[in-house]
Design a protein around this ligand. Sequence first.
Ligand code: MG
Length: 266
Amino acid sequence: MKLRSLRFPQVFAPAFLLLLATGAVAQQAAQPKPEDTEVWQPVPKIVTPGATDAQPPSDAIVLFNGTNEDEWVSAQDHTPARWFVHDGVLTVNKAPGVGNIETRRRFRDYQLHIEWKIPTDITGSGQARGNSGVFLASTGPGDSGYELQVLDSYNNATYVNGQAGSIYKQSPPLVNPDRPPGQWQTYDVIWTAPRFNADGSLKTPAYVTVFFNGVLVQNHFALKGQTLYIGQPFYKAYDTAPIKLQAHSDKSEPISFRNIWVRELN
Ligand code: MG
């Protein structure tokens, strides 16, 4: 057929259809697809969980498994730890001159699991009743460090930013899930170390999240600095630090720890 004999729509219909088709393809390309937001790499490393949530996963560093305190030293002079290991637990030694213990290893950011028990025959009151502590970074013998308080807070009034689950004198626990003396209790902690500028000034604060017996008690709390007994908290630059356990000087019966493990998050 001759072109000139074709009427307008017949001439342009194919081009018009092509335009329509092209538009449809373009529209299809712009249409979001499920695959657009799928990420396939890098694949997270496989970690085998413990038989229970209390048991260390395959990538954890075990700091106490019930048999010895080889991972611990005196915080004062770094001689081997002299607390008591018996029946699978680690008990504070309150004898004069023994003092706090800390890990041989140093850490920056980590996940920590630790269990503690106030003895059934605990005596004393307030801060003098089962006082210990987990110092999330032990930055030196002259420093206070950063203390997650351990205390019998089952039925024992004290200042709330000093009860079990508090960040000492900075942040009371959101709730009190304390169990009675004689029962094991757990802390699961996520610690993000503070970061410092080259001149030693603070770049970003330390953050801590704490589950106490599985209950959230500290939710990404930004620390104001080291946890001081007296005075306002302040930061002092450090890079990595041991984790320290407190031998508190009160006269109440010593508390015990077990199942201590840590996962580095560097
Ligand atoms: Mg304490």
